[in-house]
Write a protein that binds this ligand. Structure first.
Ligand code: PA5
Length: 521
């Protein structure tokens, strides 16, 4: 049967935004969109209230203002609008002065940027840097610490080893107390000191006013400080200083990125469902997952530059929607799982299962019309590499449909600051609308906090183990004895002791059975 009539009905296109959306391959019945009109209108109302400054994040008693970052004149108060504009001006000035060398390190002009952050304080900057970077055209080279892996720090520092004196370090943490980021900052500081450099004249902080990081940067007289406001969530902070400072330093046109986001907002703010691509997409998520996350979302951009988009989206969607309780406090265990890398590469990895295996997903294809700057050679008579890329996208889409696998296709004209701004804004709005449809708070992250608390408890065990070993210096002790002596879980003690022994901080004598092995200092 021809798919064309359904495609014609359900193909949304906005030429001025350079974005189209095809929802025809989600098998919703003709009555579905109309049947969801009442909840959709209520989601629009929630979103309008949020944009006007309602406390849309009730658990943290906060406003949710990321939309104001690209349209400051719509901010909840005039003061906030002025603050956003002033900060944007200071970001542009700062980047220009770094590029001109007016702001430089003690040893000259900065050429490298090391961004230190995690989660919402890293994923957006990393995605944008990769999507919009041009090795030869970039004004500065980007590097990232986004974990507390010692070997990861070393790998990045190795690539900076002869350029540390030309490196600007941007430490990003809204709370100013995230351990991974704090550790990265301490490791970077150590590397600067070891190289005989005055780190404070290389370091910049982006953080909440008066946070621990802010206090440290003030005390040590860092090169600059930029604010991160409590009404901007980490995963929606790309258009605050968090995303704009790294992008501006790299030489990306941040005004165009903000323009793309503002134009998408103008379109997706409309309360006519059929004319609103974010609303249509939220409804498709709802239909495809039964409003309960019953299917995973596979995101497959056919463009290398969008490789990190699915990772970025994974956080935006899963941290926002993955909630135990709804807004009324009822246990709902909501969410949608997101994964994906890029096409056609993934066709040679897991697409086999998607077509023929368990049907537990819906696909989002992302198509980009522009092949490349300049013209393409032919790889076969009359055929270019770009023809192949599109062929693989359309072929996979068709092959999935034949097996009743659903898909959405988002089409962008090109990859540019404008289109990336628009794409991020589109998904931010979809997440917001979908959260209203399923009644969850998209703007808090209690699960992340729980993980942080649990890690703190575990970290306290190592010093206790070391104290117990030191108090019995030279005496071999089993894990069970050690755990008992400090009143800790033997399984956790075992894991810690094994790592300490492997790193030669303590000595292990292996024994049989394995749990009778002993440890000494
Ligand atoms: O989106 C979020 O809120 C989180 O992923 C945070 O961005 C992440 O935990 C890092 O927090 P912070 O910016 O406070 O260091």
């Amino acid at each position: 049967m021809s798919t064309w009539p359904r495609f014609k009905t359900h193909h949304y296109s906005n030429p001025s935004l350079g974005v189209s959306l095809d929802i025809s391959r989600i098998p919703f019945p003709d009555t579905f969109i109309a049947s969801m009109e009442a909840p959709m209108q209520s989601a629009f109302k929630d979103m309008a209230a949020l944009e006007k400054g309602a406390i849309a994040n009730p658990d943290e008693a906060r406003m949710v203002g990321h939309y104001w970052l690209r349209t400051p004149n719509l901010a909840a108060t005039e003061e906030l609008g002025i603050e956003i504009t002033k900060t944007l001006e200071s970001i542009i000035d700062f980047a220009a002065q770094v590029h001109s060398g007016e702001i430089a390190g003690p040893k000259g002009k900065f050429t490298e940027v090391l961004v230190i952050g995690i989660g919402g304080s890293a994923l957006g900057p990393q995605f944008v840097a990769q999507a919009l970077g041009h090795k030869r055209k970039d004004k500065m080279h980007m590097h990232f610490f986004d974990n507390t892996d010692p070997d990861g720090f070393d790998t990045v520092l190795e690539s900076l080893s002869h350029k540390l004196d030309k490196t600007l370090v941007v430490v990003i943490s809204k709370s100013g107390s995230t351990p991974e980021t704090r550790n990265g900052q301490i490791e970077a500081t150590h590397a600067f000191k070891a190289a005989g450099l005055d780190y404070s004249s290389h370091f910049v902080a982006i953080t909440g006013v008066n946070s621990k990081l802010d206090q440290l940067a003030t005390k040590e007289g860092w090169l600059a400080r930029f604010p991160m406001w409590d009404w901007v969530g980490g995963r929606t902070s790309e258009f605050s200083a968090v995303g704009l400072i790294p992008a501006a330093l790299q030489g990306i046109d941040i005004m165009s990125m903000l323009g793309g986001a503002a134009s998408m907002d103008a379109v997706t703010r409309k309360s006519i469902t059929q004319e609103n691509p974010a609303a249509l997409m939220a409804l498709m998520w709802y239909f495809a997952t039964n409003g309960k996350g019953s299917k995973d979302m596979v995101v497959l951009p056919y463009k290398d530059r969008l490789l990190l988009f699915s990772r970025y989206l994974q956080q935006l969607v899963m941290e926002s929607l993955g909630k135990e309780l709804d807004l009324e406090g009822k246990v709902v265990n909501q969410g949608i799982s997101v994964y994906g890398n890029k096409g056609s590469t993934d066709q040679h990895a897991y697409v086999q299962q998607l077509r023929e295996g368990v049907n537990n997903f819906f696909m989002t294809f992302i198509e980009v019309l522009k092949d490349r700057d300049g013209s393409s050679i032919e790889v076969e008579p009359g055929v270019t590499a770009g023809d192949f890329l599109q062929g693989f996208l359309l072929g996979t889409r068709q092959a999935l449909s034949e097996k009743n696998r659903s898909s959405i296709t988002v089409t962008l004209n090109d990859i540019s600051p404008y289109s990336i701004g628009a794409l991020i804004a589109l998904y931010e709005r979809v997440v917001g609308l979908y959260a209203s449809l399923i009644g969850v708070n998209a703007y808090h992250q209690p699960g992340v906090e729980a993980g942080k608390k649990a890690a703190t408890g575990i970290l306290a065990i190592k010093p206790q183990l070391m104290a117990a070993l030191n108090a019995n210096s030279g005496k071999p002790l089993t894990v069970e004895l050690l755990a008992q002596s400090i009143g800790a879980d033997p399984e956790i003690c075992f894991k810690i002791l094994e790592r300490l022994a492997y790193n030669k901080l303590i000595t292990k004598q292996a024994s049989s059975p394995w749990y009778n092995s002993t440890y000494t200092v």
